[in-house]
Design a protein around this ligand. Structure first.
Ligand SMILES: Cc1cc2nc3c(=O)[nH]c(=O)nc-3n(C[C@H](O)[C@H](O)[C@H](O)COP(=O)(O)OP(=O)(O)OC[C@H]3O[C@@H](n4cnc5c(N)ncnc54)[C@H](O)[C@@H]3O)c2cc1C
Length: 373
């Protein structure tokens, strides 16, 4: 029997497995893809604080540093944020995922790559699609939006259409200013959501959009229009994918008996921005530490994970309810315009305070993690 089995080998799952094995327990990780999905289903934008957790410099991860964020809300009026203390990186997520899995293997995690969990028999048995059956004392569900273990043990994992961020993204070759990240909120490109340009260099960018599900719109058409607007039609689209991100309330509970939920499986995504990388890495890492310490008898219960995540859950819950109130065009546009106008003025006058605050919130997760490392 394994001490810990992690289902899903992306950012949350790999972080969980590495942190658990580092505490001296016996860990298996099951990931249905042999290689990370390429190109990744992600804009690849992260804050530098998150980059520290990923040790981007140590692993030599290619990254583009953003110096300005340009925001539009339904009109051509722009709010420009100059980044001074806070940095944003557009990373190479495939590179990160490969490095994490290599690190996990080197540290002794048993990897089942190219193998799916086809069923789960509570409390310990993970049935694989290669006919193998493995068991674990603690199970960490890092399977993304499908929340594969959660739905099999009867948790309410169903998401309403409006609580699913429906996304489409292309990898585009054209001329870009690689210092500027662009986000266009609401119409005409992304009704009740936003479209983005995350440049990876001055010739390559991730251009995409994400909107709440349940709307009768043509995603391909919206993306085509936005890409044309950004590039004046002078571009080559290298690849396009559709994907989803959970944008509902965090899953409750985050621990059920011997099962812990992390990352998108736990719905730990900011519903206003769709950002989930930071939460995936932090929740994954914390769950791995706590699971291992529980197995070794150092901690009395897995419930400590739920307690430590409570502040994050409250923050994400507040964002969700604030956003849910913006049900009409008028409410949406006026709230977003007000918020970005206020933030851009604050950023102009007190850049260190504003950007420092963002970093401080993210660093709180470090402090929690440090307690269990
Ligand atoms: C288009 C798009 C753009 C985004 N851009 C950003 C961004 O720029 N910045 C940001 O912070 N966030 C972004 N996000 C959100 C971010 O990508 C996610 O929050 C993050 O990837 C969650 O990581 P995870 O490890 O929890 O889940 P996932 O990345 O979904 O990983 C789940 C893993 O589980 C595996 N799996 C699933 N079922 C099984 C099974 N039965 N057996 C074995 N393995 C299984 C899957 O193959 C997958 O590898 C974006 C999301 C989308 C859709």
């Amino acid at each position: 029997m394994f001490d810990v089995i992690v289902i899903g080998g992306n950012l949350a799952g790999a972080s969980a497995a590495i942190n658990a094995v580092e505490k001296g327990v016996n860990v298996a990780l099951v990931e249905r893809h042999k290689e990370p999905f390429s190109p990744p289903h992600c804009g690849e934008g992260i804050a530098d604080v998150t980059g520290e957790l990923l040790e981007l410099d140590k692993i030599n991860c290619p990254k583009n540093e953003i110096k300005f964020v340009q925001i539009n809300v339904s009109t051509f009026k722009e709010y420009l944020f100059k980044l001074k203390t806070q940095k944003i990186f557009i990373i190479d997520r495939n590179y990160v995922e490969k490095s994490l899995l290599e690190k996990a293997e080197k540290k002794g995690v048993t990897l089942f790559l190219g193998v799916s969990m086809s069923d789960f028999k509570s409390p310990n048995n993970v049935i694989l699609d290669n006919e193998e059956n493995i068991s674990g004392r603690v199970i960490i569900d890092a399977s993304g939006i499908a929340c594969q273990v959660g739905r099999r043990i009867g948790l309410k994992t169903h998401l309403k259409p409006e609580d699913i961020g429906v996304c489409i993204q292309s990898r585009v070759k054209s001329n870009f200013n690689n210092l500027i990240q662009k986000m266009w909120f609401h119409t005409p490109y992304a009704p009740f959501g936003y479209a983005w340009v995350f440049p990876k260099s001055n010739t390559l960018a991730n251009i995409g959009l994400g909107i709440p599900g349940g709307q009768k719109v043509d995603l391909d058409e919206l993306l085509k229009n936005y890409i044309n607007f950004i590039t004046d039609g002078n571009c080559t689209v290298l690849s396009t994918f559709r994907s989803c991100v959970p944008s509902g309330l965090p899953l409750q509970p985050l621990v059920q008996d011997n099962v812990m939920f992390v990352g998108d499986a736990a719905r730990l995504v900011d519903s206003a921005t769709g950002a989930g990388i930071h939460h995936a890495i932090c929740s994954g890492s914390l769950s791995g530490c706590i699971a291992a310490k529980y197995v070794r008898g150092v901690l009395p219960s897995l419930e400590i994970y739920q307690t430590e995540m409570q502040n994050k859950i409250s923050r994400l819950t507040r964002t969700y309810y604030n956003k849910s109130k913006l049900t009409t065009d008028q409410k949406y546009i006026s709230a977003y315009k007000k918020a970005w106008a206020l933030l851009s003025i604050t950023n102009k006058i007190f850049p260190n305070f504003f950007q420092g605050y963002v970093a401080k919130v993210l660093r709180k997760d470090y402090a929690i993690l440090e307690k269990y490392k």
